[in-house]
Design a binder for this molecule. Structure first.
Ligand SMILES: O=c1ccn([C@H]2C[C@H](O)[C@@H](CO)O2)c(=O)[nH]1
Ligand SMILES: [Zn+2]
Length: 158
């Protein structure tokens, strides 16, 4: 697939948001009962979904955002143009600190991060505002540490 120059079209935005909502179905969250779904849009137009996967040893829990990133990167996709994140609550939720740092590895500081309320589709049907909050890593993780700060080291590794 061709690599496109990116501005997120309304069509792709809606497709990505609906994928994040679908992604929640894969959530394994018996402890918190808080389902989260994430969807990444790759530079080639592919959508990669992820859900949170909890563990009896709670600290072993992996958030939806990291599931999506790890799925994509481990299959060879490293370039992303947007991510959408949603849960079952009717307001935007924001990635945790660990996920923000993981996203920092693969997203630019200005990549759109769409924080989606669970009732996104219902809001649209009712003709309301969609309730999506658009953020960037520049906002969510200011003065961050990223791969470019290890440029020499990275040159020696893959
Ligand atoms: O942005 C977030 C916030 C929380 N969680 C998950 C972790 C845990 O399984 C549950 C409650 O914190 O939600 C995510 O996946 N992403
Ligand atoms: Zn997280």
């Amino acid at each position: 697939m061709a690599i496109r120059a990116w501005t997120l079209s309304m069509e792709d935005r809606d497709r990505l948001i609906r994928a994040a909502i679908e992604a929640k179905e894969g959530s394994y969250s018996p402890y918190s009962k808080f389902r989260v779904g994430a969807a990444l849009l790759s530079a080639s137009g592919e959508v990669i979904k992820g859900a949170n996967v909890e563990n009896a040893s709670y600290g072993g829990t992996i958030c939806a955002e990291r599931t999506a990133i790890v799925k994509a990167v481990s299959e060879g996709t490293r370039s992303f143009v947007a991510i959408a994140v949603t849960s079952d609550v009717p307001h935007a939720i924001s990635p945790c600190g660990i996920c923000r740092q993981v996203l920092r590895e693969f997203l630019t500081l200005s990549t759109p991060i769409l924080l989606v309320p669970a009732d996104y589709a219902a809001r649209l049907l009712e003709g309301k505002e969609d309730g999506v909050v658009e953020a960037t890593l520049e906002q969510l993780l200011p003065m961050s540490f990223g791969p470019e700060h290890l440029e020499m080291e990275r040159g020696r590794q893959t």
